[in-house]
Write a protein that binds this ligand. Structure first.
Ligand code: PLP
Length: 388
């Protein structure tokens, strides 16, 4: 037997964290008290009222059957209400679709719109699924560098005219993973105008929309003309510590939502109805738990930013998302070499920036999802073993 992987899998970029994962397992085997600040997966539990709603919903026989492909009408209404509070009017019938986590929609949208050879604009550094799903669909990735001097926003004037004419989809993601940058209104206006000019579907990934430190960042769909050019991916994962539940949505342009729905009817059978019911409770009941989540990240953000700055590092002050993006020590050639050093000397896992694309090289990402005492301990260790 010789089961060769398909070219689309063979052509994926190498998994950059494999070596770091191996070093982490080895350190754990040696009994090192490893603090993992690598993954962006909250360790705090889902708020109890949401868990309670899920418990009730699992007992309903109607929820044991196949769910609706597009999501329950009541879930889509709850998403419409979420947007109503932001002065955005959406029709739950054709402008909202439930997703099995926003990742599912991000990975499937290409199959509805991208033909082989079409261009997909992808930010670098950025969420790796934007490029891998482009490759799966036969599309061509054109990278939009996110540079610190531009506030980690892409510069549309740098996109070549011949590429722009071939673009089918452009991905944007603010609040941004991995940089923590937020996008101002003026930027969204520019993005919408660019998408209109070249007939591009703008896919805005707003997975971190509620994880901010000061003022709530404005979101793409709040801008005039947004619904004409694209959709927004929303998620309950980070807002309510529900990463394991797999529930999110896409909202906006009805034709784009229709295309995504066509793919979903052939790929999956919708999100578990009980999870959607719990999602309705999350979205429509008291949002105190969300403010508590933000407060907990604010405290950790301040500790990490202060600690790293005191150690002499260049830290980007984030506006949102639970990540700290900072420059590696110049004593090390690459971000990866620096993470290996940190794991080896301090027992702390931090992510090398190049894992998010070539323009992440030279940077490091710390996730604030570990409990406060562990974050404090990690900063103490980092300060004692590192100096710039
Ligand atoms: N978008 C970004 C930028 C992310 O970092 C993540 C997860 O880490 C997702 C989307 C996917 O979130 P989910 O599928 O849990 O909604």
């Amino acid at each position: 037997m010789n089961f060769n992987l398909a070219d689309r899998v063979k052509n994926l970029p190498p998994y950059l964290f494999a070596e770091l994962d191996r070093l982490k397992s080895e350190a754990l085997k040696r009994g090192v008290d490893v603090i993992d600040l690598g993954v962006g997966d909250p360790l705090d539990p889902t708020p109890p009222h949401i868990v309670e709603a899920m418990n009730k919903a699992t007992r309903k026989v109607e929820n044991h059957r196949y769910p609706s492909y597009v999501g329950m009408r009541t879930f889509r209404e709850a998403v419409a209400k979420y947007y109503e509070a932001r002065d955005v009017t959406l029709n739950p019938d054709n402008e909202i679709i439930a997703l099995i986590g926003s990742k599912e929609g991000i990975a499937h949208i290409h199959f509805a719109f991208v033909n082989p050879g079409d261009v997909v604009l992808v930010p670098s550094p950025g969420y790796p699924v934007f490029s891998s799903s482009t490759l799966f669909s036969g599309g061509r990735v054109v990278t939009m560098p996110l540079l610190e001097k531009n506030g980690f926003l892409p510069d549309f004037s740098k996109i070549k005219e011949e590429d722009a004419k071939l673009v089918k989809i452009m991905f944007l993601n603010y609040p941004n993973n991995p940089t923590g940058a937020v996008a101002p209104v003026e930027f969204y206006k520019e993005a919408i105008a660019f998408a209109k000019k070249y007939n591009i579907i703008l896919c805005h990934d707003a997975a971190y929309s509620e994880v901010y430190y000061d003022k709530r960042p404005v979101s793409f769909l709040e801008l005039e003309g947004a619904k004409e050019v694209g959709i927004e991916f929303g998620s309950l994962s980070k807002t309510y510590n529900m990463t394991g539940w797999r529930i999110g949505w896409a909202a906006g342009n009805a034709d784009v939502i229709f295309g995504l729905g066509k793919i979903k009817t052939n790929m999956d059978s919708g999100a578990f109805s009980a999870v959607q019911e719990a999602g309705i409770v999350a979205l429509t009941q008291s949002q105190d738990c969300v403010e508590e989540m933000r407060q907990s990240y604010r405290i950790k953000k301040d500790i990490v930013v202060k600690g790293l700055t005191e150690a002499g590092f260049h830290v980007y002050l984030p506006g949102a998302a639970f990540y700290i993006w900072f420059k590696k020590s110049e004593k090390f050639e690459t971000s990866k070499a620096f993470s290996k050093h940190v794991l080896d000397k301090a027992g702390v896992v931090i992510t090398p920036g190049n894992g998010f694309g070539e323009y992440g090289e030279g940077y490091m990402r710390i996730s604030l999802t570990a409990p406060l005492p562990r974050v404090k301990e990690a900063v103490k260790r980092l300060k004692s073993v590192l100096s710039i």
